[in-house]
Design a protein around this ligand. Sequence first.
Ligand code: GLV
Ligand code: MN
Ligand code: MN
Length: 398
Amino acid sequence: MTSQRFSALWRSLAPIGNSPHGYHRSSWTYPDLACREWFAEEAADRGLAVETDGNGNLWAWLGDPTAGDAVVTGSHLDSVPGGGGYDGPLGIVSAFLALDLLLERGVEVRRPVGVVAFTEEEGSRFGMACLGSRLLTGALDPERAAALRDRDGVTLVEAMKSGGVEPSLLGPDPVRLKRIGAFVELHIEQGRALAVPVGVASAIWPHGRWRLDFAGTGNHAGTTRMDERHDPMLTFAYTVLAANKEARLRGGHATVGRVGVEPNATNAIPTTVTAWLDARAAEQSTLDGLVDAIGTRATERAARDGTSVTLTPESVSPVTEFHDGLRDRIATLLGGVPVLPTGAGHDAGALAAHVPTAMLFVRNPTGVSHAPEEYATDEDCAAGVEALAAVLEELACR
Ligand code: GLV
Ligand code: MN
Ligand code: MN
């Protein structure tokens, strides 16, 4: 695979949803639908059969998936708001190109091979990370999912309908899942942890999202005495600083990247602040301790401020240890490439609880992700395609 060949297909997808402030490919919005159309066209160009499952995940098949023991590869097309172009789409572009290589080599493909694009991996619109893969695998209750609302109050069901998918089929799909014999997700590496073009994942850190609801008493900014305020913004601000400190002390990660304020007026003490905590750690015990400590410190501060705070889990994932046999086989096949864990969540994590699953990482020299500076060279991406083709050949053709 030449880097020019990678670049040509990459350029056909890259403009969709891009802006000077990064990518905005929120699920079921126009850019996501345009990406889905791109997927269907690429699949059709290769003679692959395309289907959308009841959870809105897209599948393209070489061979008959009902035969079972399929080898599936892919990732997601949605982005965080203002994100990079590679997180997700690199795995799908690479999947189509790896399939091209496989077919050009004329090897006999003995197992069905699928390319998948999972719905809303980022959880940016409906707040639930790995929405499509969690629904597929039964890790998310379909009734809970159906009731999820975006920031404008639109439900997931309404959004899917607007995208032409029948939401009455939301939920676990054990028949489809059983047909998959192995899943391999190629993804851009996201933490400047890879010094060579390609690596293999060992594990995903336990991680999750919690909503923090701070409530106080709205009042006039000019006339309310400083010692008579019940200002939830103060409790919120203290909690953000405490989260950062607790994470550094414990060797975990804690981030507050999204916040909402009511009524959001310059000259009024707010009545409520809603914030979302993203917390992660290499060990479950560290993560549990970190989240408990943040909750405790927020509650203590709320008592001092005369406000209240509640901490509600929204999506929480335990550690994923990828299938060790598959991981070692792939690392050896690729000539002893590095094997590394990641603090980023992936659909592969949801699949791994049911199917032998592996991940390939492609070097990201900026180390930046979820931001426009996210980057991989065309040469490294082409190396990723070659590696994925080798893995598909190993799994589907021997
Ligand atoms: C997904 O990219 C996540 O780790 O939040
Ligand atoms: Mn991401
Ligand atoms: Mn991703």
